[in-house]
Design a protein around this ligand. Structure first.
Ligand code: SF4
Length: 234
């Protein structure tokens, strides 16, 4: 499992995949990332330390992912992350969080601001079609609109494309809504996994031929056709 990588193109940054105690929401119907977690905080810290030691501050920008939310990271890992941000002069850190932990954003942000690091919280919304998001994907964001999610403190979103019922037009609406309310949008193409949610061939084709060409050069849009396109994971 590769846990450290450097993204040299859009929004250049270092990226690390850390291990936490596991996503506490754990109910999204398309997600099977749960294997990369452990209840053993000491083992997680030992692993995360070897990953965090690779950060150099090359671009002053860091993305942290952990198959869940930052709240799932053990305390020593977060302490070390603060220290690494200080030592490597990381001016901006991107990190993921589920909607259910939105009340934890402010205090986490303060810890990093104290060492000169701005934190940008990324949330997986997958789509702004609230019925699809909650009834089919079970994201656990309730009826919150894009504006309400942004107002809660989230600065970036993950979207999921290539699902049954999606069209080029609906995927473009999702991306445009994301760009209107958030600083960056990360678009993931649904890939086959162990869940009952499967990529839809027509939606995948529409994504590849009509959506990707439209946004591939947009500096605010990351597009992941494979889960490993950021260079971490397996
Ligand atoms: S919040 Fe993220 S990690 Fe948790 S179940 Fe949903 S997609 Fe998976």
């Amino acid at each position: 499992m590769n846990r450290y990588s450097i993204i040299n193109h859009k929004n250049p940054r270092e990226i690390v995949l850390l291990r936490g105690s596991g996503c506490r929401w754990h109910r999204c119907t398309f997600c099977d990332y749960h294997a990369d977690s452990s209840p053993d905080a000491a083992a997680n810290f030992a692993l995360n330390r070897t990953v965090l030691e690779q950060i150099t501050g090359l671009y002053g920008r860091l993305e942290v992912i952990n198959s869940g939310s930052f709240v799932d990271l053990d305390e020593r890992t977060v302490d070390l992350l603060v220290e690494v941000c200080r030592r490597c002069a990381i001016h901006t850190m991107h990190i993921e969080c589920h909607w259910m932990h939105r009340d934890a954003l402010a205090s986490f942000r303060e810890r990093f601001e104290a060492v000169g690091t701005q934190v940008i919280f990324k949330i997986g919304v997958e789509t702004f079609d609230i019925d699809y998001r909650e009834r089919i994907l079970r994201k656990g964001i309730g009826k919150a609109s894009a504006a309400e999610i942004a107002a809660a403190g989230f600065g970036e979103v993950n979207l999921l494309c290539g699902l049954a019922g999606q069209t080029a037009a609906s995927m473009i609406v999702d991306i445009e809504t994301g760009l209107a309310h958030f600083s960056r949008v990360c678009v993931n193409l649904m890939v086959e996994n162990t869940t009952p949610i499967k990529p839809d061939p027509e939606a995948v084709q529409a994504f590849l031929t009509e959506v990707v060409p439209r946004y591939k050069d947009d500096p605010r849009v990351d597009i992941l056709v494979e889960n490993t396109d950021f260079g971490v994971g397996e």
